[in-house]
Design a protein around this ligand. Structure first.
Ligand code: SF4
Ligand code: SF4
Length: 379
């Protein structure tokens, strides 16, 4: 669709959404920002960043700001399955709230076990009521792997002892959009790691409804909030890769935009933590970085208000947004080397990403070794 037509379609959608009843009557997002010392200018800068992150032209920035102001019109049901709550914590636990975390606060969370006051019978009642009241309109976000099949009883929730899988299936049935938040919900995560004692499965294997995977351990707050905003703007599924991850967030490899990439290409590697190479910021591949195998936007968007990310801090990527990373990417501080790691390709440009990258990496390291040897000879 051409840009001007898309802008008018989105404008119409946002206008009609703004007629929906406000779920947070007492406070606007602007007031919330002001209270937390965030100026309108900062907010618009953030909106411009979000627009770029979703790969939209800058003309969409005012619409992005408007979409953020409307996040209280969409009810969200957030379920916890077998997990550590790290995905929720990544949004909730910051001493200086980011704009993303404020927007998460502002979203109309109709049910979220970590942040709601209700417990026991009342909590279960709230969930049933939210599902019935907002039938077909709510966004469902599920965190955690889900014990399945004859092992469903490994996870029961609430005073009726209802199985987690049952909760997830029922909530998915009438949701307008479904997001699997984190690697556990997207791919099973640590719960599904060998020997997978609870037969944990990803959400997509529990429901037959389309599920958008937002993996990461945890996913960044930007990727969670970005998905909500994308849904508010377009009301449709984003373009997805082979693992049902939105391409705007998971379309590039960590390695592609890593600040240490120049050292990888030049064959300059950290040989062990704390050595001279580590002090010079060399590439972490030889101490286990899985950036070449991992699709995520960490190297571009970073964490903690864009201040840093694991590779910048000195540890390699452990591939947390890839399926079965607990089983496939270890040991985390050793390179995969010639261990076979095959994966269906997420970007459809190569057949087997693991094999293709391993070959290139092996060539890169061999080239480095050769160059190093020549340099040594010359010296
Ligand atoms: S291997 Fe890791 S540290 Fe090295 S360039 Fe790639 S992503 Fe960066
Ligand atoms: S750098 Fe790698 S391990 Fe760290 S959050 Fe990003 S994808 Fe996960």
């Amino acid at each position: 669709m051409e840009e001007s037509k898309l802008i008018s379609t989105i404008t119409e959608r946002l206008d009609s959404l703004s007629n929906f009843p406000k779920m947070k009557e007492n406070k606007s997002i602007s007031a919330l920002m002001q209270e937390n010392g965030i100026s309108r200018r900062d907010f618009m800068k953030w909106a411009a960043g979000m627009t770029a992150m979703l790969s939209l032209p800058s003309a969409f920035t005012p619409l992005m700001a408007q979409a953020a102001e409307l996040t209280d019109r969409l009810p969200v049901v957030w379920l916890h399955m077998a997990e550590c709550t790290g995905c929720s914590e990544s949004l909730l636990r910051s001493d200086a709230p980011t704009i993303d975390s404020l927007i998460f606060d502002y979203i109309s969370l109709e049910y979220h076990e970590t942040v709601m006051a209700a417990a026991g019978w009342q909590a279960e009642h709230n969930l049933e009521e939210a599902i019935a009241k907002y039938k077909g309109k709510y966004i469902l976000m599920v965190e955690g792997g889900i014990p399945a099949g004859s092992s469903e009883f490994y996870l029961t929730v609430g005073p009726h002892g209802k199985k987690g899988a049952e909760h997830a299936r029922e909530a998915a049935e009438n949701a307008a959009a479904i997001f699997a938040i984190g690697t556990c919900s997207s791919f099973g995560g640590v719960q599904a790691a060998n020997p997978n004692p609870t037969n944990a499965k990803p959400l997509s294997q529990i429901t037959s409804k389309p599920v958008i995977n937002v993996p990461g351990c945890p996913p960044s707050e930007k990727n969670i909030v970005g998905n909500v905003l994308h849904y508010i703007l377009f009301g449709t599924l984003p373009s997805l890769d082979a693992y049902s991850r939105p391409k705007w967030a998971y379309g590039i490899r960590i390695h592609d935009l890593c600040e240490r990439r120049g050292h990888f290409d030049a064959g300059e590697f950290v040989q062990q933590f704390g050595d001279e190479g580590a002090k010079k910021g060399y590439c972490l591949y030889k101490v286990g970085c899985k950036g070449p195998y991992t699709f995520n936007n960490c190297s571009r968007e970073k964490f903690n208000q864009h201040t840093s990310w694991p590779v910048q801090a000195g540890h390699g990527c452990i591939g947390c947004s890839e399926p079965s990373f607990w089983d496939n990417m270890g040991p985390f501080e050793e390179p995969l080397g010639d261990k076979l790691y095959e994966s269906i390709c997420a970007d459809a440009t190569a057949d087997k990403v693991g094999v293709a990258i391993l070959t290139v990496t092996a060539v890169g390291i061999a080239a480095h070794a050769a160059i190093g040897a020549v340099k040594k000879d010359k010296n």
